[in-house]
Design a protein around this ligand. Structure first.
Ligand SMILES: Nc1ncnc2c1ncn2[C@@H]1O[C@H](COP(=O)(O)OP(=O)(O)OP(=O)(O)O)[C@@H](O)[C@H]1O
Length: 604
């Protein structure tokens, strides 16, 4: 981050001197437009590029800024510079209200959000046009004095736009490297998983949206004075959001500097066409570029360059010296040998579920389930396909809301609170089908819960922590790979590492062994033993019986969303109703416990 900030500072110092090299005013105006579009596209990218919520309402927020400045400076004689904070505040307020309303509805994602923001543009335009804010003829600012920042008006506008662009780019850069940015990028890839890993998705989206709108409002305020005549027909069009989207996508939405690159290229291109009296041709060229970029450069210019020319760091060199490997045999994690005694029936209840019900459009996935998980135990949750095991993990982690019932963790109610707060209280989980963040590296995937889970660590500390878990799960060599480059076994272990990095008290493992080879299963079982040996309580949903019998202290069996049996593994698996329901044939009941354990101590 320091290098990037230094780069921006050097560029800023150079650009501040530009008006003094004797450039004609014409060039200062071109540079004004470039900075103007850099600020607008970068501000759009804060929400839409980082979190993937494409907004088509940027024209509305820009327009709100323009009209705020126009009305305050021309109608109320407020000095122009004082109107800019007001322009930011008005746009931010509108964006925050729109965000609070739309982000509450889970269905409003993707194209629905885009349509909603587009509709908001026309609502704002109608209000402005049909009220004294505009009233129809537009608002003139020709009598508003231009502040004397530079020796001439064009220099002043140059500096105003440069300041707006720098402010926006620096904010984008700081967010990019902060926890906030990591959270937004996680929302982009899989919002539900991000929330379950502890990212306060709602708050992050609202803040990013309000910030994005505030910056667009400032740019609008400056532009109002620049054009000195404000009219709804010119402002509240779909052209402005389309232009900023094109710029951001062309430059690369997943990098703080992407929109800067895109805005510079497109503005120069458009200006060349306009200067040559071929404005229409310029718009056609813009459309063609947008199509080509979407088809051939999904990561944008900057994304493509970084991918091609910047080599991935060498994992062996990049890993910190004091990781688990260096610490092996007696460091952070105790060895599994001997394990710890199984907790007794009187040990503390960590998670308590009472009367849990969960229905999906008439399907009762869970029906009046009572279940306790005791501190320090490995509780096996078994049952035939569709009996509600994953649903239990989903409701306990907050992935799905409960239909009825209450759930407490360490005596505190967790049902009805946000999934990110459940994660923060010390519960983490894996997904049956791995759900890594596709655009984050393995290291970043694991660092995320270290930032947002029970410990809430800052980024550098979280990444250091993530290395520990990558060593622990044997993934350290793949730290800089993307999840798509991992095989199933590695993706399952990535789920493990991610869940562990949250420093959970309760770890819920959902069929982590399915699809693994026998030797991989042995590895995973040894890993689970080590996790338990450090004091983590585990809820273990699994179909691989030899692992269940080897690992679990107690077993609960579900059938059709209800608890069928509960108790010690050998006793439960010998019950005829369990045999009939779960294993299907009586002989299997005895086969399961007699499967040789995987070189580990069975607690039963
Ligand atoms: N998101 C959903 N929408 C609709 N129905 C669902 C959803 N999730 C689960 N169900 C239904 O709830 C029931 C329980 O499913 P769940 O996935 O919890 O079972 P399971 O015991 O984990 O099965 P498996 O061992 O196959 O993973 C099933 O009938 C399933 O179809």
């Amino acid at each position: 981050m320091k290098k990037s900030l230094l780069l921006v500072a050097i560029a800023a110092m150079g650009l501040v001197l530009v008006p003094y090299v004797g450039l004609p005013a014409f060039y200062l105006s071109v540079l004004y437009l470039i900075f103007h579009w850099i600020a607008l596209s970068t501000s759009w990218n804060l929400l839409s590029g980082y979190s993937g919520y494409f907004s088509f309402g940027h024209g509305a927020f820009f327009g709100i800024g323009m009209y705020t400045t126009a009305v305050l400076s021309s109608g109320f004689d407020i000095p122009f510079l004082w109107t800019l904070p007001a322009a930011a505040a008005m746009a931010a307020l509108f964006g925050a209200v729109l965000g609070v309303v739309s982000f509450r509805v889970k269905a409003v994602r993707g194209e629905l959000f885009a349509l909603l923001t587009l509709a908001a543009t026309f609502v704002v335009a109608t209000i402005v046009l049909n009220t004294p804010i505009d009233g129809g003829p537009g608002v003139y600012l020709s009598a508003v004095p231009v502040p004397e920042i530079g020796p001439s008006a064009s220099t002043t506008f140059y500096y105003l736009a440069l300041a707006a662009a720098l402010l926006t780019v620096v904010i984008a850069l700081l967010i990019y490297y902060a926890r906030f940015g990591t959270g937004l990028f996680a929302i982009h890839d899989d919002e539900d998983v991000a929330e379950v890993l502890g990212v306060p998705t709602f708050r992050y989206k609202v803040v990013a949206f309000a910030l994005s709108c505030a910056l667009a409002g400032v740019v609008g305020g400056i532009h109002a004075l620049f054009v000195s005549y404000v009219t709804t027909g010119d402002i509240f069009t779909v052209l402005l959001p389309l232009t900023v989207i094109l710029m951001s996508v062309l430059g690369g939405t997943r990098h703080w500097a992407g929109p800067t690159v895109g805005a510079t290229v497109i503005t120069i291109l458009l200006y060349s066409f306009t200067a040559g009296d071929s404005a229409v041709l310029g718009k056609v060229a813009m459309g063609v570029i947008l199509i080509c970029v979407i088809l051939f450069m999904p990561d944008g210019i900057l994304g493509g360059i970084l991918k091609k020319f910047v080599r991935k760091p060498d994992a062996a060199r990049a890993r910190p010296k004091d990781t688990l490997a260096a610490d092996s045999n007696g460091g952070v994690l105790p060895e599994p040998a001997g394990g710890r005694p199984a907790p007794g029936a009187d040990s503390e209840i960590l998670l308590s579920a009472r009367g849990i019900c969960k229905s999906f459009q008439g399907v009762k996935a869970l029906n009046d389930v009572d279940l306790d998980v005791r501190r320090g135990e490995i509780l096996g949750l078994l049952g035939p396909n569709g009996s509600g095991k994953s649903t239990f993990i989903n409701v306990a982690s907050g992935h799905f809301p409960l239909t009825a019932g209450t759930m407490t963790f360490e005596g505190r109610r967790i049902s009805g609170i946000g999934a990110h707060r459940i994660a923060g209280s010390g519960i983490s989980r894996t997904y049956q089908i791995p759900r890594p963040f596709a655009h984050l590296t393995v290291l970043e995937n694991v660092a995320l819960p270290a930032m947002f889970g029970a410990r809430q660590q800052e980024r550098r500390r979280a990444e250091h922590d993530a290395w520990h878990w990558l060593e622990f799960t044997g993934l350290a060599d793949r730290a800089f790979a993307l999840p798509e480059d991992l095989n199933l076994h590695q993706r399952k272990f990535l789920e493990f590492a991610r869940a562990l990095a949250a420093h959970p008290q309760l770890l819920m493992l959902d069929e982590v062994l399915s699809g693994l080879t026998p030797s991989e299963i042995d590895e995973a079982v040894a890993l689970i033993q080590r996790i338990r040996a450090q004091g983590t309580t585990i809820l273990f949903v699994e179909h691989v019986m030899r692992a269940v019998m080897a690992l679990c202290d107690r077993i609960v069996v579900f059938n059709q969303g209800t608890v069928l049996a509960e108790g010690l593994p050998a006793e439960v698996m010998a019950r005829p109703d369990v045999v009939a329901t779960y294993l299907g044939k009586p002989a299997a009941a005895h086969a399961a416990p007699s499967v040789p354990p995987i070189g580990i101590r069975a607690h039963a």
